[in-house]
Design a protein around this ligand. Structure first.
Ligand SMILES: Nc1ncnc2c1ncn2[C@@H]1O[C@H](COP(=O)(O)OP(=O)(O)OP(=O)(O)O)[C@@H](O)[C@H]1O
Ligand SMILES: [Mg+2]
Length: 476
């Protein structure tokens, strides 16, 4: 049998309940016992005193006769549900309160009991009164003194089983109430435990569904407690799993798409060359296209690999101190050819002659290449590019601004995701796989720096930060 949480809790709480109520019942019964016996004892003592002080005195003074005393004792016997004996100064039983007791007449009580009465002490015993009684009883004895002379005593015996019978009803009611309370507690327990175990079951089932690949599954639990919190965290997890799965699908779709077009092109041209559709004098031209396309595919796979390795944390950051402005100048020079082709007006604004930074030089080279490549690629013919550096506390900001393009907020947020390409209808010179900025972003964050994009009317500005360094090591 499977051990469910429900069964476990029910069992444990059940045992606790039974144990608790059991102890309570035991304590109560003990208390009841004591209370009733104590009360009875007091009653008997009080009556014993009364008999000795009133009835017996009345007998000795002659106000009542023997018969009257016997009758009165018989009434008291009924009322107290107790047997009354009268003993004389020698310890002989000389009077009893019921005809059934007459067998005791003439018997003698124990010497030490008589002695106690003689010493004017009150007797109290629980038991068979030295073996005289057939049932255990509560016995009290009260001495009789008349005109300062010891005349014997009054003994009253109340049978213990009978005393107990009088409170049996109360006992039963209390026990019944306790059992009822326990059952009630059990019922509440049942619902309470079920309330806990049910949503847990639901969560576990949902987990199985998600494990099976159905990432859309969400929970609907509102218990306003830790379980609801768990359910919320669970939903969050499901959401991010769904997102990851979406990403994965998009990723595969993008790669397949980006690979298919150049591959188809390559195959077409090679087939054309092989079957003679493309004449020999044009083969050179088409082979050049094939070469360019293959280079593109290699670039794509390399960049993907690079991005993947970086995201897996496999690429180490190697921070070094070097001169930033010199690097900027050199990088700009490497773009001279496309800049001149597009007749772009490029301005370099540096806040001081040289600025030392602490960064990974390979990362920085790659970041600048990608950003400048974008700027040159997306700036329209004859427009402007401005590269500017500035100081902000312990950081240096590098801004690369180009004119002629406007991006809205939505677009500005998307450009950092891999495979995101802006305008799908853009021309031949703007081809790319949408990986450049994803790589930049990854490298920037690996160096604990920030990058952001802004766009106003006909202007796009990319800004990234670098850590300033005081020392400058001279490299040879
Ligand atoms: N300086 C810029 N001016 C205008 N648009 C830009 C600029 N930089 C990026 N973008 C937009 O952001 C998109 C993503 O840029 P990203 O560099 O990641 O990809 P890409 O340049 O299209 O391809 P790749 O860099 O992989 O060759 C671009 O397609 C373009 O729409
Ligand atoms: Mg790019």
């Amino acid at each position: 049998m499977k051990r469910t949480l429900f069964k476990k809790m029910f069992f444990i709480y059940g045992i606790t309940l039974i144990f608790g109520f059991g102890v309570l019942a035991l304590l109560l019964s003990q208390l009841f016992n004591q209370y009733f016996i104590e009360t009875k004892k007091e009653l008997l003592l009080e009556q014993g005193k009364k008999i000795s002080e009133n009835l017996i005195q009345a007998l000795y003074t002659g106000r009542i006769d023997q018969q009257r005393l016997r009758d009165d004792l018989e009434v008291l016997d009924q009322f107290l549900k107790a047997r009354i004996w009268i003993v004389n100064e020698d310890g002989l039983i000389v009077g009893v309160s019921a005809p059934a007791e007459e067998g005791f007449l003439g018997q003698r009580i124990a010497q030490d009991q008589l002695k106690q009465l003689w010493e004017q002490k009150v007797l109290y015993e629980e038991g068979t009164f030295g073996g005289k009684l057939s049932q255990p009883a509560l016995s009290v004895g009260y001495p009789i003194y008349f005109e300062r002379a010891f005349r014997g005593g009054i003994l009253i015996h109340a049978s213990l089983p009978e005393v107990r019978k009088t409170f049996a009803d109360i006992y039963r009611i209390t026990l019944g109430a306790m059992i009822f309370a326990m059952l009630f507690a059990y019922a509440i327990l049942y619902f309470q435990v079920r309330k806990i175990s049910r949503p847990l079951k639901e969560i576990s089932e949902a987990a199985k569904i998600i494990a099976g690949g159905e990432f859309q599954k969400r929970l609907n639990i509102h218990t306003r407690d830790e379980i609801e919190e768990l359910a919320k965290s669970f939903d969050l997890m499901a959401e991010s799993l769904e997102k990851i799965e979406d990403n994965r699908r998009n990723f595969i779709a993008s790669i397949s798409h980006d690979l298919r077009s150049p591959m188809t092109l390559i195959r077409g041209f090679i087939e054309g060359i092989l079957d003679g559709t493309i004449p020999p004098e044009q083969q050179q031209h088409y082979l050049e296209i094939v070469l360019a396309e293959s280079k593109g595919i290699i670039k794509l796979t390399n960049e993907l690999l690079e991005l993947n390795q970086m995201q897996q944390g496999k690429v180490e950051v190697d921070n070094q101190v070097f001169e930033l402005h010199e690097v900027l100048r050199r990088k700009l020079l490497s773009f001279e050819q496309p800049i001149q082709e597009k007749q772009l007006e490029v301005t370099l604004v540096l806040f001081q002659e040289s600025a030392a930074v602490q960064a990974d030089p390979d990362f920085l080279d790659r970041i600048l290449t990608n950003l400048l490549d974008n700027a040159v690629k997306f700036t329209p013919h004859g427009d402007k590019i401005i590269i500017q550096t500035s100081e902000h506390k312990d950081r240096i900001w590098v801004e690369i601004t180009n004119t002629g393009v406007t991006m809205d907020q939505e677009e500005l947020e998307k450009i950092w995701t891999r495979f995101h390409k802006g305008d799908p209808s853009r021309g031949e010179d703007k081809r790319g796989y949408g990986l450049g900025l994803a790589i930049v972003k990854e490298m920037i964050s690996r160096m604990d720096q920030k990058i952001w994009a802004e766009s106003t009317d006909h202007q796009v500005k990319m800004t990234f930060t670098l850590t300033k360094s005081q020392m400058l090591t001279v490299c040879s």
